[in-house]
Design a protein around this ligand. Structure first.
Ligand code: SF4
Length: 310
C-alpha cells in the first residue's frame, strides 16, 4: 500500500471517528478558526470549550471584537493564561476590522501573535488552502510515521504526504489521529489507518518528542485586603500578567499569615504565601461577587477562594 491509498483510509477514518462535534469545527469563518486556534495554543481542548463559546457569543465577529476594550477581553480570558494571546487577538482584530482577516499565509504572519502554526491553520481550516499544519499532535504522528527523532525538516516531510485536494480534512484527520490513536504514551497502532505505511509502528515511543523542560520554582508573598466585600488589586507590573489586576506584593509577616497556595502557570511552579495587608495605594477595588468579570488571573481567584475558606 502506498501513501495515496493510506490517505484515503485516513480520510475515511476521519469521517467516522474525527472530532466533528468541536464547536470551532462547525464553521469555516476565518475569525472563528482564528479565535479557536489562538485559544488552543498550549491549552487543552476541554479547557478551551467554555471560553470559546463565551468569546464567540460576546464578540461574534472580527468587527465586534475590534470595538472591545482590552480589559473586557482580558476579563473573559481570565483563567485561560498566556494573556498576550488575548491582547494580540484584539490588536489583530483592530488592524483587520475593515478588510477582514487576510487570505494569504504571508499576510497572516504579519499580524501580532500569529506564527507559522496559526497562519497555516487559518489557511487550511478556513480557506482549505493546500498547506501543512503542524501542532503537537500532528508532530507526534509525523515523527513516528517517518521514524524520525528530528523536528528539522518535518514541515518538508509533511508536504510529501499532504492531500492537496482535501487539505482541511487531511490536516484535521492527522490532528485527531494524534489526539485519539497515536497518543503520547499508548499509541494504538493496530487500530491506526496509517499502520500499513507507518515506518515507526514497531517502536512508536522511540520517536516521541523530548520531555518538556522542567518547571522553574517561584515564591511569591502576596497581600490580601478585603473591605466591605471588595478586594484590593493593583495593575500588574509583570510582563506575564500585563493588563491584569493582581494582588499586591507584601513583606512576610508571621502575625498576618493566612495560607500558602501552589499554582502552575506557563513554565513556573508558584508557591504563593498569602498575608493580610493594608490597602495598597491606588488600589482598584473589585466586589467579590464581580471577580468573574474582572481581568484577574487564576492565581488571584485561587488566593481569594483560600482566604474565604480559611
Ligand atoms: S501506526 Fe502507530 S505509530 Fe504509526 S501513526 Fe499509527 S498509531 Fe502512530
Amino acid at each position: 500500500m502506498n501513501y495515496n491509498e493510506a490517505t484515503k483510509i485516513l480520510l475515511e477514518w476521519y469521517k467516522h471517528y474525527g472530532r466533528h462535534d468541536l464547536p470551532w469545527r462547525q464553521s469555516r469563518d476565518p475569525y472563528r478558526v482564528y479565535v479557536s486556534e489562538v485559544m488552543l495554543q498550549q491549552t487543552q481542548v476541554e479547557r478551551v470549550l467554555g471560553y470559546y463559546q463565551r468569546f464567540i457569543e460576546r464578540w461574534p465577529s472580527l468587527q465586534a471584537l475590534a470595538l472591545a476594550k482590552e480589559e473586557e477581553v482580558l476579563a473573559l480570558w481570565s483563567g485561560l493564561g498566556y494573556y498576550s494571546r488575548a491582547r494580540n487577538l484584539l490588536k489583530s482584530a483592530q488592524l483587520c476590522a475593515a478588510t477582514g482577516l487576510p487570505r494569504s499565509y504571508e499576510e497572516l504572519l504579519r499580524l501580532p501573535g500569529i506564527g507559522r502554526y496559526t497562519a497555516s491553520a487559518i489557511c487550511a481550516f478556513a480557506y482549505d488552502q493546500p498547506v501543512v499544519v503542524i501542532d503537537t499532535n500532528i508532530k507526534r504522528v509525523l515523527r513516528r510515521y517517518f521514524a524520525t527523532t528530528k523536528d528539522n525538516g518535518l514541515w518538508d516531510l509533511a508536504k510529501t504526504i499532504l492531500d492537496t485536494k482535501h487539505p482541511r480534512e487531511h490536516n484535521l484527520a492527522l490532528m485527531d489521529l494524534g489526539a485519539l490513536v497515536c497518543t503520547p504514551t499508548a499509541p494504538q497502532c493496530h487500530e491506526c489507518p496509517l499502520h500499513p505505511t507507518c515506518q515507526g509502528h514497531e517502536d512508536p515511543l522511540a520517536y516521541s518528542a523530548p520531555k518538556p523542560k522542567a518547571y522553574e520554582k517561584l515564591q511569591l508573598f502576596l497581600g490580601l485586603c478585603i473591605q466591605d466585600g471588595r478586594l484590593a488589586l493593583i495593575p500588574s507590573t509583570q510582563r506575564l500578567y500585563q493588563g491584569l489586576l493582581v494582588l499586591p506584593p507584601t513583606t512576610p509577616d508571621p502575625t498576618r499569615y493566612i495560607a500558602t497556595i501552589t499554582h502552575t502557570y506557563t513554565r513556573y511552579r508558584i508557591k504563593a504565601h498569602l498575608y493580610h495587608t493594608d490597602p495598597p495605594r491606588e488600589a482598584t477595588w473589585i466586589p467579590l461577587n464581580a471577580l468573574d468579570e474582572a481581568p484577574i488571573s487564576s492565581l488571584t481567584k485561587k488566593a481569594v477562594a483560600k482566604f474565604i475558606q480559611s
